[in-house]
Design a protein around this ligand. Structure first.
Ligand code: NDP
Length: 507
């Protein structure tokens, strides 16, 4: 057996050492803006630091892009579109996307470790993200063919409905699934024939930069088809989403910023799709096998440390099984390992940043003031070995009024609010009494009840007896304030295309 360091200080040092060593192995060589196939400094020469949320140490400094840099990137994207990419037929685009998928897959371990360093997610979950990213490119490579449009031959009229790319699209992604969200955006945009400017989140720019390096190193796309402008939301994201030469905007992030993005896009009547926040319910019926229900509910909220837009953050558990399910959840939480995300055994890593810890802690304070009783967690972990990191305990809170802010607003942390029910209609009224409508879960062995509940939940995606498994081919996106448009599907490809009708008289 390997000898484990004993004291908290020794364990902290060991984690720091491991992270420095891993950083030396996996950090991208280039951290400039990726414009026209080259890594360049920002026009103002400014940079910003990206911090390891496990150790608090700076991982790298990336270029701090602003409006002038966005302009450069948009120009480079149009050049690539006009001079090369628009001439790529479906077959060449398909081969390019497949090659990107192969390359990502070949670098799975490296990308997963990089993502784990920059975001704090357990490396086991980061590995799932990287595989999912490769899968996106493969899926949209498959859709490229057969996307040929329609015809109408009627009397003396010949009508054609063809799909054309927008040209240049602007894409803004968040920090919770940095590479995966980048792939959700890039793959359909490229498949549809567009060039793109991508802005990663300031907290997690590194995996997008490494992907850009891989594109260049392996000559996977013509220069300028993909551009990456790192920087802050207001300085780089806003000019991109309001850019007059960007013909389509796609955004994933908070509902508050989504509204700003929509306003910015409105200036130029730019088409926009938004994948925003959630406050998703999980409904547990009385017939469930408790152990299975506990596993599912626990993963619904605690996966990725609760930093999931679709996180099942409101539990509605039937009275008959509530005590057992809650006891099971408490035991599951007791058994969770909070720790170094690079460790395969870790269940919960740190949150992405101090700011996100503060935000979660504010909600926990609020929940306390609003009368919540903590059945588990409710604080930062009391472990000196974790003191450098952005950790928050997995938390179970009961007794909150459904109208309270801690229940209505997106916490985006490992915090589950519990409600017991015995009247289906009353329960379903509460389930739908939020501004969000991204996802939901139903846990029951009764197929009829499951169907009814799935239909009654006002959300764009409902799982029955599972959670989080998002499969290309099944559209994902929100009702209400959770967004506009769908990802992961043929519908997504359509979001990146405009329709042209050609109506020809044969007379
Ligand atoms: P944001 O919505 O601010 O971040 C998402 C992306 O938008 C980032 O790339 C960000 O850039 C960018 N951005 C910020 N402001 C603008 C703007 N005015 N125009 C264009 N782009 C912009 O999320 P936060 O990081 O601020 O997190 C706040 C909360 O949002 C979280 O606590 C969580 O509740 C929610 N959230 C939801 C996500 C989801 O998947 N639904 C994902 C992330 C957060 P930058 O980071 O550089 O500022």
């Amino acid at each position: 057996m390997s000898s484990q360091p004993e004291s908290a200080a020794e364990r902290r040092d060991a984690v720091r050492e491991r992270h420095r060593e891993t950083a030396s192995e996996v950090l991208p060589e280039h951290t400039g803006l990726y414009v026209g196939g080259e890594f360049v400094d920002s026009a103002a020469g400014e940079t910003f630091d990206t911090v390891d949320p496990t150790t608090g140490e700076v991982l790298a400094s990336a270029a701090r892009g602003r409006e002038a840099d966005v302009d450069r990137a948009v120009e480079a994207a149009w050049r690539a579109f006009d001079e090369e990419w628009s001439g790529y037929g479906a077959g060449r685009r398909q081969r390019a996307l497949t090659a990107i998928a192969d390359t990502i897959e070949a670098h799975t371990e490296e990308l997963a470790r990089l993502e784990s360093l920059d975001n704090g997610k357990p490396v086991s979950e980061a590995t799932i993200d990287v595989r999912g990213a490769a899968e996106q490119f493969r899926y949209f490579a498959g859709l490229v063919r057969g996307n040929d449009g329609e015809t109408m031959a009627e009397g003396s009229r010949y009508g054609q409905v063809i799909k054309e790319p927008y040209g240049v699209v602007g894409q803004v992604v968040p920090w919770n699934f940095p590479l995966l969200m980048a792939s959700w955006k890039l793959a359909p945009a490229l498949a549809a024939g567009n060039c793109t400017v991508l802005k990663p989140a300031e907290q997690t720019p590194l995996s997008a930069l490494r992907l850009a390096e891989l594109l260049t190193e392996n000559d996977l796309l013509p220069d300028g088809v993909v551009n990456v402008v790192t920087g802050y939301g207001e300085e780089a994201g806003a000019p991109l989403t309001g850019h007059p030469d960007v013909r389509k905007v796609a955004f994933t992030g908070s509902t508050a910023v989504g509204k700003e993005v929509m306003k910015a896009a409105a200036e130029n009547v730019t088409d926009v799709t938004l994948e925003l926040g959630g406050k998703s319910p999980v409904v547990v019926f009385p017939d469930v096998e408790v152990e299975k229900a506990v596993r599912l509910v626990s993963s619904a909220i605690f996966y990725n440390t609760g930093e999931c837009c679709e996180a099942g953050s409101r539990l509605f558990v039937h009275d008959d099984v509530a005590d057992e399910v809650l006891a099971g959840l408490q035991a599951a939480i007791d058994g969770m390992t909070l720790g170094d995300p690079l460790d395969e055994e870790t269940d919960l890593g740190p949150k992405v940043s101090r700011e996100q810890v503060d935000r979660t802690m504010e909600y926990l304070d609020l929940a306390r003031e609003e009368g919540g009783q903590f059945l588990a967690g409710g604080d930062r972990p009391d472990d000196e070995a974790l003191a450098d990191g952005c950790y928050v305990e997995p938390t179970l809170v009961e007794g909150l009024d459904h109208d309270s802010r801690a229940v209505q607003e997106e916490i985006f942390g490992p915090v589950l609010s519990v409600f017991r029910w015995d009247d289906y209609d009353e329960m379903m009224t509460l389930v739908n009494d939020v501004d969000y409508g991204l996802a939901g879960g139903v846990v029951t062995n009764d197929a009829t009840k499951a169907q009814r509940a799935a239909r009654d939940i006002q959300a764009g995606y409902v799982w029955i007896n599972s959670y989080h498994d998002l499969v290309p081919g099944l559209p994902f996106g929100g009702y209400k304030q959770s967004g506009i448009g769908r990802e992961l599907s043929e519908e997504t490809l359509a979001h990146y295309q405009q329709t042209k009708t050609i109506n020809q008289s044969l007379r």
